[in-house]
Ligand binder design. Sequence first.
Ligand code: C5P
Length: 218
Amino acid sequence: LADGPLTGKHVLVTSGPTHEPIDPVRYIANRSSGAQGTAIAKALLALGARVTFVTGPAEVPPPQGVDLVAVQTAREMLEAVQAARDVDAGVFAAAVADWRVASASEQKIKKDSSELPVLEFAENPDILATVCASDDRPALVVGFAAETENVIAHATAKRARKGCDWILANDVSPATGIMGGSENAVTLITAQGAEDWPRMGKDEVAARLAQKIAEALG
Ligand code: C5P
């Protein structure tokens, strides 16, 4: 581990999408490359933190040097998050599927020309809100908000609703090109208000967030 302002601190990061099975070969998911979560884990490692990295099936490889927990579904992600002990800060960058298929089929659903399948959904647990309400809530909890309009208003409301300390909000409307791209333009929402960060690389967003976390925990 590197030596730095986060030496001795344990930070948990969730990243990537979750996959919710329909049957053994099909799933539903959110669009998420895992790029921002991975960059945040790297930036935290660089400042000396021990990082537990709970990731769904992401496109980018996980960083070297983390305590890696690979999961598929939201329920598995919640379990892995709850299993982490003595967490000083949590960064919830995963794009968790809001719903799962209520009863996934154990066998591949066969194509039947006379009848189309109908999927029934069940609500997934909100991992961020669950952690914020738990007895061993980390001292600092950071959530994300991907919005397509009224970014600050929606993210401020989300911060209150989820019970987290900070929300890193971004505008993912298609015109921004942020989704799947290498840059991000975020607003940090805290109890003190909203702070716009200039458009920058996802690794620079990560470095700046890691620095802020170090200051807050310091
Ligand atoms: O409600 P929404 O999905 O917009 O909230 C986004 C934030 O909540 C992100 O930090 C995301 O990782 C987290 N989240 C979660 N579990 C869910 C849904 C969202 O941890 N089931």
